[in-house]
Design a binder for this molecule. Structure first.
Ligand SMILES: [Zn+2]
Length: 319
């Protein structure tokens, strides 16, 4: 059954996972399917380890597709084929199952995110992707709500899905085709880093590490954006809503203190470190005249109360 997990598929998955401009921590996922069987990245595992660790789990593709259509709870837990396998399929399994392409890859691409969080960026992205079989899907909570929004918009020809305030999905007949179309999207959407405000040294904080991302604390616009809201789901899952500007809660993993720096709490996880870099990579490429829209507090709350996400967080913390 695991003959589907070819070296090419594993290598493609690992390459995505090892590029912080495509995938951060346990984010993103890939799948490969044939007939009734679909292998998908398991929840909480990292694509970066695709060639060295058992990160994939096989599911009954038709049963998972049925969950995309409303059968069951959408977690696809009961669609796992091997009863001995204790891994849970990704929370994004339903859209992988519903997309009628053998190879599906989903990333939290920085180039895509820079465009997908503002109306001006989305418009620019639509122009840059002209001629590709692409659709844009508005923000919805990862899992069934997002799958439903995707299914409303795709056609059998769609191979590129821009997930607003979330990321990118590319599909193909083969690993090579999926990899090529994703590379084409990355090339068309690539954004240079914008010039950064000069960063002076800031004070050290006991119990925290002052990060290279501290430049954000010296850029008024970027600070305001980072303190005001969250722009994609994994930020909320790993760092909580927006960023706090003080340690008043005493439990937030990252603080952004204007004119001082960005601080990572001692004991923070590699995933949390990856997520603050993600924000820096994203806001550090934002053109001055694009106005990002946060996902909003209702969406943040929905993400934080969600059991499947808690599970994913817990797994990531142990890795
Ligand atoms: Zn995602």
């Amino acid at each position: 059954m695991d003959h589907l997990l070819t070296p090419a598929f594993r290598a493609f998955s690992a390459e995505l996972g090892q590029d912080p401009l495509r995938v951060q921590g346990p984010g993103g996922n890939t799948s490969i399917k044939s007939g009734d069987v679909m292998w998908i990245k398991a929840s909480g595992t990292e694509l970066a380890n695709a060639e060295t660790a058992p990160i994939f789990v096989a599911v009954d593709r038709n049963a998972a597709k049925a969950e995309a259509g409303g059968v069951g709870d959408g977690s696809c837990k009961t669609t796992v084929l091997d009863p001995e396998n204790t891994l849970r399929p990704s929370i994004e399994t339903t859209f992988h199952a519903a997309l009628d392409w053998p190879v599906v890859a989903h990333t939290h691409s920085i180039a895509t995110l820079v465009h997908a969080i503002s109306p001006q960026g989305r418009k620019a992205a639509a122009e840059k992707l002209h001629g590709l079989p692409a659709v844009f899907v508005p923000y919805a909570k990862p899992g069934l709500p997002l799958t439903r929004e995707i299914l409303k918009r795709i056609t059998p020809e769609t191979q590129v899905v821009v997930l607003e305030n979330h990321g990118l999905i590319c599909c193909g007949e083969t690993v090579a085709e999926t990899s090529a179309i994703m590379a084409e999207v990355e090339t068309r959407l690539a954004m240079p880093e914008t010039p950064r405000a000069p960063t002076s040294d800031g004070p050290a904080r006991l119990g925290f590490e002052r990060l290279a991302e501290s430049w954000m604390a010296f850029d008024e616009r970027v600070s305001a954006l980072a303190l005001a809201g969250s722009y994609y789901p994994d930020h909320v899952v790993f760092l909580g809503p927006a960023l706090p500007k003080s340690d008043v809660d005493q439990d937030r993993p990252v603080l952004l203190i204007p004119q001082q720096g960005v601080y990572l709490r001692a004991g923070a996880t590699p995933s949390q470190r990856a997520m603050i870099r993600c924000l820096s990579d994203c806001l550090g490429r934002l053109p001055a005249d694009w106005t990002p829209q946060a996902i909003g507090q209702a969406a943040e709350a929905a993400l934080l109360n969600w059991d499947a996400e808690k599970y994913r967080q817990a797994l990531a913390e142990r890795s």
